[in-house]
Design a protein around this ligand. Structure first.
Ligand code: FES
Length: 112
């Protein structure tokens, strides 16, 4: 497990997302209220960046900008078509005002 300090939470507006690249992985960091989530940035339907999409705070999800598939931010599972496969999720938290990401050294993330 490796820990990565990303950026101050204040730099990310509530209910928005930002793409980061960590250890060669594209990851969408999403803020809902004062909580943060980290999810694989590439939609499982096509090669589209999920961080360009819309955060859905009521569903704790993000909606792909291309064709509207929604992904659960806690599990990475698709909540609607056309996506049918999960995207990876990662462990994100806020420590002393900084967004911190924990990555498993080996696997691609928490979802399988
Ligand atoms: S590329 Fe994301 S729903 Fe089609």
């Amino acid at each position: 497990m490796t820990t990565h300090e990303l950026f101050p939470l204040d730099e990310l507006e509530p209910d928005s997302a930002r793409r980061v690249e960590v250890s060669g992985r594209d990851i969408a960091v999403v803020r809902i209220g004062d909580d943060v989530y980290a999810i694989g940035d590439t939609c499982s339907h096509a090669e589209v960046s999920l961080s360009e999409g819309w955060v859905e705070p009521d569903d704790c999800a993000i909606e792909c900008v291309a064709h509207g598939a929604m992904f659960d931010l806690e599990t990475g599972e698709p909540l609607s078509l056309p996506a049918t496969r999960a995207v990876p999720v990662y462990e994100a938290s806020v420590v002393d005002g900084m967004v911190v990401l924990k990555l498993d050294a080996g696997s691609g993330g928490g979802a399988s």
